[in-house]
Ligand binder design. Sequence first.
Ligand SMILES: O=c1nc2n(C[C@H](O)[C@H](O)[C@H](O)CO)c3cc(O)ccc3cc-2c(=O)[nH]1
Ligand SMILES: C[C@H]1O[C@@H](n2cnc3c(N)ncnc32)[C@H](O)[C@@H]1O
Ligand code: SF4
Length: 423
Amino acid sequence: MEPVPASIQRALRRAAGGETIDVDDAIALLGADGEQFDELLAIAGGVRDAGLREAGRPGVVTYSRKVFIPLTRLCQDRCHYCTFATVPHRLPSAYLELDEVLEIARQGAAQGCKEALFTLGDRPEARWPAARQWLDERGYESTLDYVRACAVAVLTETGLLPHLNPGVMTFDELQWLKPVSPSMGMMLETTATRLWSEKGGPHYGSPDKEPAVRLRVLDDAGRAGVPFTTGILIGIGENIAERADSLFAIRRTAQEYGHIQEVIIQNFRAKPDTAMRGMPDAELRELAATVAVARILMGPRARIQAPPNLIDQEFPLLLRAGIDDWGGVSPVTPDHVNPERPWPQIDNLRELSARSGFELRERLTIYPEYVRRADEGWLDPHLSAHVTALSGPDGLALEISPDPRPWRALLPVSGQATVYGDH
Ligand SMILES: O=c1nc2n(C[C@H](O)[C@H](O)[C@H](O)CO)c3cc(O)ccc3cc-2c(=O)[nH]1
Ligand SMILES: C[C@H]1O[C@@H](n2cnc3c(N)ncnc32)[C@H](O)[C@@H]1O
Ligand code: SF4
């Protein structure tokens, strides 16, 4: 059912007064149009502005200077929108070799990048013999075992900070990866189970996209005290009630554990070689409305991100809607998930942000609040020196290039999935 103007007006009044928004209000707000749309954005922008003042950086929008490391493009899943996942015979090798990973990270270091984003297919060894064999030949037990080794090498040889985005992880895996990665992430995508269980749905055939599984990962990341990035992907066939429900699910885990360091609102972009090539791209006005509702629901302290390479020229619109972060931007590597969409030049992003009245500042992969609260358990002691070397007094990034810095296991090794286990 389409929300009617009267229910939208009521929801706007509640939002403007700082009252609690329920699911019906959120659904109504997602349907705002015309003047009500402008009002929605103005309220959300105000919430963001208050939050930035509270955080001590009024008018600042952040980004992370990063390299993208596509460690493996093999995946056990089959998301219908994904062009990243492929088959072994289209690849020179199942995984990037360690020296290839380091080469990308070194190029990043030379350009002042501080984040090494590891994005990869989920547990490919469960589906592809070529992946299992590659790992066996080199003595790795699993893809995540290899991810950990790569993260240690990147820390040691370049000083870049790994951000791990390898899909579904168990609680033990999260704990075991925490000493090599100051932050991790996994998009919730959506809570709409029908998009996973029904034949023809975008997540049909992707065991890692079952909403219950992904919600469990978000909670486990909270229990493990990992500063965590998550978000939703809009325009993959979900309706606005499902979109609202997904945002409430993120808010629930964020409130329970306090670990959600940023929420990405990402818009679907159709790719020619995928099952969903005929679907229309998500509308950017819908993206803006979703950002605004996410901002109002999550509150002033939340960090809300929209990727700058997926929004055409709508920078002012997304800033108006309440984002305070542009996510990872690379002067070195493409966005391998959206390879047809180049990053804006960072100087250009600075100029575009300034035109809307925002100062662009570089952040680390771990957000300032979690750097500040490191000794409450948000940052593993193995990473203190690496993070301290790159962060300024405000917890944002120093504009320097990272240097190699040794990473050492601090406690004796007692097997694989232990908190301080080396490998
Ligand atoms: O270049 C990309 N970076 C993606 N990033 C990385 C992001 O751009 C930044 O590196 C993080 O904001 C670092 O905090 C993700 C990180 C996650 O934890 C979860 C999902 C994504 C999705 C993308 C993506 O599609 N493309
Ligand atoms: C890394 C993240 O990228 C997103 N992702 C995957 N494919 C697409 C696409 N075609 N358009 C936009 N985002 C996409 C998913 O949300 C995934 O979790
Ligand atoms: S989106 Fe991630 S899980 Fe889905 S097919 Fe692509 S790589 Fe695999």
